[in-house]
Write a protein that binds this ligand. Sequence first.
Ligand SMILES: [Zn+2]
Length: 139
Amino acid sequence: MVTEKILKQDIQKTTERETFQWTKQFDVWETHTKHCLVCQDALKNINRLKILTYVVAGLCLCLGIVIDARAIAIQAATAAITETGTFVSGLAVPPLGFWFALGGATLFAFGGYKLQQLSRLFYVYEFEHADNRVVGNLY
Ligand SMILES: [Zn+2]
C-alpha cells in the first residue's frame, strides 16, 4: 500500500520531469541559441541575407516595371513617329526582360521566405505532434 503510493508519486515525478525536459528541449532559444555565439552569428547573417534577398526581390520588381514601361514608351514613341504603328501592340505582351525580372523577383522573395523559415529554427524546434506518438502522453 505504502510502496504503491510511493511508486505512483515516483512515476508522477518522473513524468513531470520528462514533460519539463521535452518542453524545454524545443525552446531552442532558451536552451542553446542565447548562449551560443556561433549560432547567434549565424542567425545574424541569415537575417541580413533575408533582408538582402527581399530588397533584391523588390529591386527586380522595380526593374521589371521599368523595363515594361520603357518598352511601352518606346513603342508609343515609334508609333508616334511613324504614325503607322497601332498602340495596342505596346499593351500586348511585356518584353522578355520583364519576365526575367519578374522571375528573379519571385525567386528572391521565395529565397527570403525560406531564410525566414530557417531563422525560426534558432528560436523553436517545431515538429508534428502526430509523428511523435511513440513518446506518449506528453502533449
Ligand atoms: Zn550553437
